[in-house]
Ligand binder design. Structure first.
Ligand code: IMP
Ligand code: MG
Length: 174
């Protein structure tokens, strides 16, 4: 294995947890008009597995946002670079994120989506890093809590690399 990587979540742990989340979400949204919004590009891997574990009807759409500046930059200037194709008015919307870190991207996204009058708006994130939060954002479903480490794999990248790893690993910068 790459010297810079230290496994933090195995494929088995991940798939068990994603299956559990799918069961919980299927129960909570029974009879509702669920629309999953996967935030490109990192959350796609998680979103696809989550979809496969759902036992209720749902739609899926994708949105892409970009934040100017570095991960450590807290100015939080965000813009939509690819918008949704479907109308979410009166729908039960669940935003699917790979990781909620400072919360700046998600906070912008939620404010934007609220203006489109969804019936409900909730968040499901694969990973949550509470200690790095700058703005308060609601996280309704989460896969795992992580300490303040930089991780790659299962959709998460470092300069677009490592998204395809089946495990999640800490990326140790040299
Ligand atoms: P936030 O606005 O700081 O919450 O940024 C969240 C976004 O930054 C995530 O959706 C990821 O795309 C990226 N990100 C934050 N932490 C990590 C990490 O540890 N590894 C890879 N990407 C990360
Ligand atoms: Mg992201």
């Amino acid at each position: 294995m790459d010297r810079k990587l230290k496994v933090v979540l195995s494929p088995e742990e991940t798939s068990i947890r994603v299956q559990q989340l799918g069961e919980i979400i299927s129960r909570d949204y029974q009879g509702e008009e669920l629309v999953l919004i996967s935030v490109l590009r990192g959350s796609v891997f998680f979103a696809v597995d989550l979809c496969r574990s759902l036992t209720i009807p749902f739609s899926i759409d994708f949105i892409s946002i970009s934040r100017y500046g570095e991960r450590t930059n807290s100015t939080g200037v965000v813009r939509i670079t690819k918008d949704l194709d479907i109308n979410i008015a009166d729908k039960d919307v669940l935003v699917v994120e790979d990781i909620v870190d400072t919360g700046l991207s998600l906070s912008y996204l939620l404010r934007n989506l609220k203006t489109r009058s969804p019936k409900t708006l909730k968040v499901c994130t694969f990973l949550n890093v509470e200690s790095r939060r700058i703005v308060n954002v609601p996280v309704d479903y989460k896969g795992f809590d992580l300490p303040d480490i930089f991780v790659v794999g299962y959709g998460l990248d470092h300069n677009e690399k490592y998204r395809n790893l089946q495990y999640v690993a800490e990326y140790i910068k040299e």
